[in-house]
Ligand binder design. Structure first.
Ligand SMILES: [Zn+2]
Length: 246
């Protein structure tokens, strides 16, 4: 059976000789996910959880339909550290890799900050509305579980220092204090269980979305979007998940 298929494929290739070079070209380059022709609707081909998962991110947070906060989910932030940050274009987003990042402790488990990156519009919605940008701070525990803190940005008059530092240092390293990315009020947030928002869309990710929205200038938002403007995944079904509000 396999032989027949191979022979037929070979015949097909010969028959469409004009396209044979294209086919070879395609085979030589591994197809990669993106936000265009291999966009979110096709991500199941890159990680089946993207298509089959029932607790996917991002979500639309309905502020009037949240649940009371369980204290065991409270964040203990220890992000006020000085570290080397390497700022790079990862092909999907501008990302800052943190050498020796801070930590967040939840229910006795410590999660270390690995990197943060920016999306050209917030992936998460609050009451159906996107913010102009979002930073996702990706943390990992010693057991491999993931926790992401989302910081939303809307256009305003205040220049955001961390966004400026990031924009000024793409392709370079610089000293970074991750706490500079966080809002003043780090005690009010939404919490829910979700997934990575890019393939392989792995689940069991603890999500925290800070309620205090930060300001970035029009110029900063435009400068960030010059790299990636459409790198945000559409919101995913809640499927009965509970969103806690603190
Ligand atoms: Zn992200």
């Amino acid at each position: 059976m396999k032989k027949i298929v191979l022979v037929l494929s070979a015949v097909a290739l010969l028959a469409v000789g004009a396209y044979a070079n294209d086919a070879k070209h395609e085979a030589a380059h591994e197809v990669h996910w993106n936000y265009d022709e291999h966009g979110p609707d096709h991500w199941g081909e890159f990680g089946e959880t993207c298509q089959l998962g029932k607790t996917q991110s991002p979500i639309n947070i309905l502020s009037k339909q949240t649940s009371p906060f369980s204290t065991s989910n409270s964040l203990k932030l220890n992000e006020n550290v000085k570290s080397k940050g390497s700022i790079l274009d990862n092909g999907h987003a501008i990302q800052v890799n943190i050498d020796n990042g801070g930590t967040i402790t939840v229910d006795g488990v410590e999660y270390k900050l690995l990197q943060f990156h920016f999306h050209g519009k917030s992936e998460e919605q609050i009451d159906g509305k996107h913010s102009d940008l979002v930073a996702h701070m990706v943390h990992k525990s010693a057991f491999g579980s993931l926790l992401v803190v989302a910081v939303l940005f809307d256009e305003g008059k205040t220049v955001n220092k961390m966004i400026q530092k990031t924009l000024d240092s793409v392709g370079k390293s610089t000293e970074i204090n991750p706490a500079d990315l966080l809002p003043k009020n780090t005690n009010s947030y939404y919490h829910f269980m979700g997934s990575l928002t890019t393939p392989p869309c792995s689940e069991n990710v603890k999500w925290y979305v800070m309620k205090e929205v930060q300001s970035a200038t029009k110029g900063q938002i435009e400068a960030m979007r010059k790299y990636y403007a459409k790198n945000y995944r559409p919101v995913q079904p809640l499927n009965g998940r509970v969103v806690e509000s603190k």
